[in-house]
Design a protein around this ligand. Sequence first.
Ligand code: FES
Length: 124
Amino acid sequence: MYTEKVMDHFQNPRNVGEIENPSGVGEVGNPTCGDMMTIYIDVDENEIIRDIKFKTFGCGAAIATSSMITELAIGKTLDEAYDISKSQVADALDGLPPVKMHCSNLAADALQAAIENYRSKKKE
Ligand code: FES
């Protein structure tokens, strides 16, 4: 039911962990299944994501989508990263089973939350 890419990112997730003193943190939960995801970003002076890490307590699809979104986001500007959609994440994984599409919302939402957190801190 899962593509090879999903299995690969589930079994060998990229960029797992935390960033100390991150530029922004986004934490989201899925109220239906109770899964949780946190994304940490480190942003350089040109607002490019130079490092990104995640911690996910969730299903295999949630872990695979978190891993994939970190790979899609690294090196991008905040505006570009903010626009990464859940379907782009699923496409990069060669698709997710329809019943698991909601899991990819978590990854896109967590990244947007981390970017919003960075932007709100900057305004202070
Ligand atoms: Fe909860 Fe996938 S079942 S995120």
